[in-house]
Design a protein around this ligand. Structure first.
Ligand SMILES: *[C@@H]1O[C@H](CO)[C@@H](O)[C@H](O)[C@H]1NC(C)=O
Ligand SMILES: *[C@@H]1O[C@H](CO)[C@@H](O)[C@H](O)[C@H]1NC(C)=O
Length: 364
């Protein structure tokens, strides 16, 4: 494509003959006018020996669902221009789930811009400086991840750069209230969704392992494999012969095989809080007091997200929507579980027992 354009420029040069001018900085500029030929705004101008550079300081960006994000993209001319030019900026998106097709996100010329599809009303260019074509997305929705391409178009020239967007999230192991290794793939998928999460992908579990997730029970992943992350190899956990890593049982039968689940959540839409209440509550009462407080009893995924992204630290065991009792710790301390930060679990105690409760509320 570029070669074709250069040929075209060369050809036009031959046809037009004159028009070449030499400027004092030693660069050779060539203007070619299309359209009515009198050099007004309708014409497209091609600069010879001026290069359009497009770059991104950060080609992998991660963000939390429900928050906002800026995908960086900058362009400049080399050598620098004295006059600003009419440059068109286009952003495209290719979802992770659809390797083939690129979709339009937005197009902007000067101060005019237009956004498309699901991005309508949620995107704009940052324009914090000349040449800043960074894309601002607010809020981030659940399926915005993928590959974004920033294309700068100046007349016949175009250059682009690609930025990958992924969700920053937290992976947590989950098992059925009835016990360990009881869920087939479909049940595991549903269990995660009930906790405001999704089955984790291998990349997400791997990233969690890199951050220190060590769990000795195999869980389903989105790709239909069952795996578990080991940081410290030990006898009780597959033996000491194997190196630390994510260990896989491979692709399993989605209906017949049964494991736990690894769920992934990335959402900070609402607020999770430990309800201050004068007395402890059984499970039914716990769900009620959250409703009376204008919220709902929190889900496991919501508690993990609040712990991870909001820094919720509370040394009080509380009921959650699935009937489990947990509490989130950021600063490990005496009488608050083990020496590592994390969400502690007391499993699924009988529902008449009395505990505190974690509620969840969305503020509008
Ligand atoms: C974008 O998110 C940040 C927090 O990540 C927040 O401080 C800021 O106000 C948000 N900007 C807008 C325009 O909503
Ligand atoms: C919780 O206590 C209430 C009385 O306050 C009772 O009606 C209810 O059955 C109890 N629920 C459970 C699960 O024990």
């Amino acid at each position: 494509m570029r070669i074709l354009r250069h040929l075209l420029v060369l050809l036009m040069h031959l046809v037009l003959g004159s028009g070449a001018q030499r400027f004092s900085n030693g660069y050779y500029y060539q203007d070619i006018i299309h359209g009515n030929g009198n050099g007004n705004d309708n014409g497209e101008i091609y600069f010879h020996k001026i290069r359009l550079h497009v770059e991104s300081p950060e080609t992998l960006v991660s963000a939390v669902q429900g928050s906002n994000v800026t995908l960086p993209c900058h362009y400049r001319y080399e050598p620098a221009l004295s006059e600003p030019r009419r440059t068109r900026v286009k952003w495209f998106w290719q979802p992770v789930s659809d390797e083939g097709r690129e979709r339009d996100v937005m197009v902007a010329i000067g101060t005019r811009h237009r956004s498309y599809g699901d991005f309508k009303g949620r995107v704009r260019l940052r324009r914090s400086a000349p040449g800043d074509a960074s894309l601002f997305i607010n809020p981030l929705q659940s399926d915005d991840t993928g590959r974004y391409r920033c294309e700068i178009i100046d007349g016949l020239e175009d250059e682009s750069v690609t930025v990958h967007l992924k969700f920053r999230g937290v992976v947590f192991p989950y098992h059925s209230p009835r016990g360990r290794y009881l869920m087939n793939f479909h049940e595991a998928k549903e269990a995660c969704e009930k906790q405001d999460a999704h089955l984790a992908t291998f990349e997400q579990l791997y990233a969690a392992w890199e951050e220190g997730l060590d769990w000795c029970n195999a869980g389903w992943l989105m790709d239909g494999t069952a795996q578990y992350p080991v940081v410290v190899p030990r006898e009780a956990c597959g033996g000491t012969d194997l190196a630390p890593g994510v260990r896989s049982y491979g692709v399993r039968d989605k209906s017949l095989d049964r494991f736990d689940a690894f769920c992934f959540t990335s959402s900070i839409r609402g607020e999770v809080y430990f309800l201050q209440h004068p007395i402890k509550l059984n499970f039914t009462e716990a769900a009620e007091v959250c409703q009376n407080d204008g919220g709902r009893i929190a889900k496991v995924g919501q508690l993990y997200a609040a712990w991870r992204f909001v820094g919720l630290d509370q040394c009080d065991a509380g009921w959650l929507a699935d009937g489990s009792v947990r509490y989130p710790i950021i600063q490990p301390r005496m009488n608050c579980g083990t020496s590592e930060p994390g969400v502690r679990s007391f499993g699924f105690p009988p529902k008449h027992l009395k505990h505190g409760v974690y509620c969840y509320k969305v503020h509008w």
